[in-house]
Ligand binder design. Sequence first.
Ligand code: BDR
Ligand code: CA
Length: 312
Amino acid sequence: MTDIPVKKVMIDTDPGVDDAIAILMALRFSSFQVLGLTTVGGNVPLARGTRNALALLEYAGRTEIPVSRGSALPIRGQYGYSFPVHGASGLTRRLPNPSSRPIDQRAVDFLAGELGKQPGEILLIALGPLTNLANLLTRYPGSLEQASGLVVMGGAVDVPGNVTGHAEFNFYSDPEAAKMVLSSGVPLTLIDLAASRQVAIDRQAARELKPRNNLGGLAAQLLNNWFRRDPGRQRFFFHDPLAMAAAFDSTIVNTQNVQVAVETADPVRLGESRISGRPGLVGVVRQVDQDGFFRLFDDLMSPDQGAIQGHG
Ligand code: BDR
Ligand code: CA
């Protein structure tokens, strides 16, 4: 087998069922070195999301990975949370209370420290509202530029949203932060809803999953319990897992480099994202290689020796 270089990654997250599946995928990718998780309010309050991050790592036997708490509030107002989708705990399976604790250093300081220690080496993957990244831009100018790359799940670029007709959840939760990051001049790949709606699993397919390792087992339970909680649910969209998969293998997405504007003023269109110019530094995903994504998802289910390396 050829040696594939290790990719150092940090994951900013608000777990969340699909965040959890994305994190489990990251832990399975043998070429990923996960340097830390930073948490942010979003799907659930910050304390709950932090607890979920710690519980996931403990379940996976990966408590050496530090978890750092980020922002409990968006730049303006409060997060709306997403209990109807992710459940009151944020996860659809109860995990034991973690015995590990978050590190003392807060997310923005932790991110700045790690990026500064290894400039050009760390790929940042943002799966929640962009508050922590916006605060990094404000508090540590030049720091975000030190990432080797940035992959963001968020937005519904020129397509209908999932919170309002206009806005996607992560951007709606902190539109100011989304605007700051997308207009910062830092190049990024944007997995928006038009992209993540291309990868879904239905109830029957979830039932037929045959996980052969404990991380895959947890992902399958999270999915099946999510379907069980509401008989009306037909499809689970892999929003955050697609961002993780694209971070692992950039060849599974085709992007178009554009400028993206985020609405922060009009209350009706709050959080809306639209193309405002071409070219630009935001690589909006236009096409997804669905088979490529599902190959990576299936690897999450495969026996332990199947842990996979990456490229792209
Ligand atoms: C995004 O919002 C959250 O509910 C999901 O975790 C994902 O990050 C999808 O709109
Ligand atoms: Ca998320």
